[in-house]
Write a protein that binds this ligand. Structure first.
Ligand SMILES: Cc1ncc(COP(=O)(O)O)c(C=O)c1O
Length: 375
């Protein structure tokens, strides 16, 4: 049985040049970067080279890149660290109803600690309305955090416009770019953000490494206390081979990012066209002109996404909701968009990547077609 992986938003395989570079680093750059001797300095050089590669992908300065363990840590560090640093100015933050749990949950934790959090709405296309952000702004607002691309629908948020609006009021801006970096060009200066989160395993690097862009001069409180690595903000001996992997992954995706985006958009549209021809009523959740190139989220009305995937085991993909004890648990993202439980239950998230071929798309569409006839 062929295996078709259409779950690149969950994670990506490690790219060959990344694997090779990690392997060399594991063998040859295992010194502690804080050691003054030659082995330590060799590791330090590799770490700083990786930092420069990450910075280059984002158009940032290398001193603005902090290595973390991934997207979750970058999001937690920003939300908690910024709020800690800014609590003297105000205790209100703004975010959205469609954020990843690694952003949503630290915000809920702040609520419990007496902060005010505004979770702003999105429209039926899964996009935040600028007016809603403006309405939520208050004199005590210290941070606005809006993801760049949603992990379930792929919808791209108007982060540059939001930054332009709120920075005039002296409010800091964070974006969780875990699903955007490596898929579309991301330039921190164009977006005008103060903080930006990256997850290595979404862009062909290994799991366990990520980064936080923190603009020079942007305040960030310390969550962990240790020996002062990563400007004291993320102490602990640096995982040099993983950082090397992230650096090489950044170069790997940068070299043909636009051509690859076009290729994946073409394949995604082919997949959508094939699925539309199957003869079942479907709803496409977001505007394809405003989604990251690899993501197709569609609802088969009246069907059950989990059952479709169970009947098509050769396809590895995700659903948009789950059925627990006969109760439909709609994903918070689809719920925020106002998608009905009947459509949400039949939703599939099909996400393509660099390994996806035209033949994968044909096989996947046929397999989904067969699965649909079974119930
Ligand atoms: C948008 C978004 N943010 C953050 C994360 C968390 O990243 P990590 O798995 O590296 O902790 C994910 C992972 O699914 C994500 O999709």
């Amino acid at each position: 049985m062929s295996e078709i992986y259409l779950d690149y938003n969950a994670t990506t395989p490690v790219a060959k040049p990344v694997r090779e570079a990690v392997d060399v680093a594991l063998k040859e750059k295992w010194g502690n970067p804080s050691s003054g001797h030659r082995f330590g300095q060799k590791a330090k050089k590799a770490l700083e080279c990786a930092r420069a590669q990450v910075a280059s992908l984002l158009n940032a300065d290398p001193t603005e890149i902090l290595f973390t363990s991934g997207g979750t840590e970058s999001n937690n560090l920003t939300i908690t660290g910024v709020c800690q640093a800014m609590s003297g100015k105000g205790r209100h933050i703004i975010t959205t109803r469609i954020e990843h749990p690694s952003l949503m949950n630290p915000c809920l934790h702040l609520l419990e600690q007496g902060w005010d959090v505004s979770f702003i709405k999105v429209n039926s296309q899964g996009v935040v309305d600028l007016m809603e952000v403006e309405r939520a702004l208050r004199p005590d607002t210290v941070l606005v955090s809006v993801m760049l691309a949603n992990n379930e629908t792929g919808a791209i948020q108007p982060v540059a416009a939001i930054s332009q609006l709120v920075r005039k009021h002296g409010v800091l801006v964070h974006t969780d770019a875990a699903q955007a970096v490596g898929k579309i060009p991301v330039d921190v200066k164009n977006f005008g953000v103060d903080y930006l989160s990256i997850a290595g395993h979404k862009l062909y690097a290994p799991k366990g490494i990520g980064a936080l862009y923190c603009r020079i001069g942007a305040p960030l409180g310390q969550l962990m206390f240790g020996a002062g690595q990563e400007q004291g903000l993320r102490p602990g001996t640096e995982p040099v081979p993983l950082a090397v992997g992230l650096g090489v992954a950044c170069d790997f995706v940068a070299k043909d990012i636009k051509a690859e985006a076009e290729r994946q958009t073409g394949l995604r549209e082919k997949l959508y066209a094939e699925l539309s021809k199957l003869g079942y009523p479907i709803i496409r959740h977001c505007d394809p002109e405003n989604t990251i190139p690899n993501t197709l989220s569609i609802g088969f009305i009246g069907k059950n996404g989990a059952k479709i995937l169970a009947q098509a085991p050769e396809i590895m993909a995700s659903t948009g909701s789950a059925c627990h004890d006969r109760e439909i648990k709609v994903s918070h993202v689809l719920a925020a968009m106002g998608v009905s439980p009947k459509v949400a239950l039949g939703t599939l998230r099909l996400t393509l990547g660099r390994g996806t071929t035209e033949s994968d798309i044909e096989i996947a569409a046929q397999a989904i077609g067969r699965a649909l006839t079974k119930g």
